[in-house]
Design a protein around this ligand. Structure first.
Ligand code: 5RP
Length: 251
């Protein structure tokens, strides 16, 4: 495997030029080293988590892992895991998960995350919040000083009922941070619908949010809001793959 064997050299004399997807795969494979037979696993969603799910399927097929139960964080991951023969269950049957592995859109120095650009933030937060260990896998482009700042959007899942009303409440709540609230659109310009039948509003902020806990609480208090994509104090470990090697940050 080209990318991995090249990367096994801890400090290559000349940095390798790897694609972003190769870096994602390196981080994902590293995380799967934490997986042991008999574990209940939270299976993340997105292009990075997909590599981890593929790897778990491969190790099961090779008999190097046994008795794994996967709890998928989206319908898409559920389909992928089923196609790989990974036995699946849910949070009702397994309210405590040994280990979850998932990607993120942004990671700050304190391991706070923004997630949900793939639209699966609610199930991800439920499953990863129920995990004894939550390992986040990213390429180095995801590392930021402050989450939810100017770079990208903070996704908020809301109920479809009078979504304009809720989007406007969100916009005015975060107005002080120079905020725009855009309904996420999917195919044919129709609203993107989550696995839970809800919509997503992407909050574009010009300023850092400062007290993330206070902003999180305020967003969650708004009627119509189901969940937001700030994952505060949830990650146990972040695995960051970059051109110069893999860094592992623990909480
Ligand atoms: C999906 C997520 C993803 O983990 C996040 O968007 C990162 O995706 P990718 O690995 O494709 O960069 O939160 O809801």
């Amino acid at each position: 495997d080209k990318a991995l064997s090249a990367f096994d050299v801890a400090s290559p004399p000349h940095p390798m030029i790897l694609t972003q997807d190769e870096l994602k795969r390196i981080a994902a494979y590293k995380a799967v080293e934490f997986v042991e037979s008999g574990m209940v696993l939270g299976l993340g969603t997105g292009s990075t988590a997909k590599h981890a799910v593929d790897r778990i399927g491969e190790l099961l097929r090779q008999g190097k892992l046994e008795n794994i139960v996967g709890i998928p964080t989206s319908k898409k991951t559920q389909e992928q895991a089923l196609s790989l023969g990974i036995p699946l269950s849910d949070l009702d049957a397994h309210p405590v998960i040994d280990l979850s592995i998932d990607g993120a859109d942004e990671v700050d120095p304190y391991l706070n995350l923004v997630k949900g650009r793939g639209g699966s933030l609610l199930r991800e937060k439920m499953i990863e919040g129920a995990s004894k260990k939550f390992v986040v896998i990213v390429d180095e482009s995801k590392m930021v000083k402050h989450i939810g700042g100017s770079k990208l959007a903070l996704p908020v899942e809301i109920v479809p009922f009078c979504w304009k009303f809720t989007a406007e409440k969100l916009r005015s709540l975060l107005e002080g941070y120079g905020c725009e609230a855009n309904l996420r659109l999917g195919e044919k310009g129709k609203p993107f619908v989550t696995d839970n039948g809800n919509y997503i509003v992407d909050m574009h902020l010009e300023e850092d949010m400062g007290d993330l806990g206070a902003v999180s609480d305020a967003i969650l208090r708004l009627p119509g809001v189901v969940e937001h994509g700030m994952f505060l104090d949830m990650a146990s470990t972040v695995i960051i793959a970059g051109e110069l090697g893999v860094k592992i940050k623990n909480k």
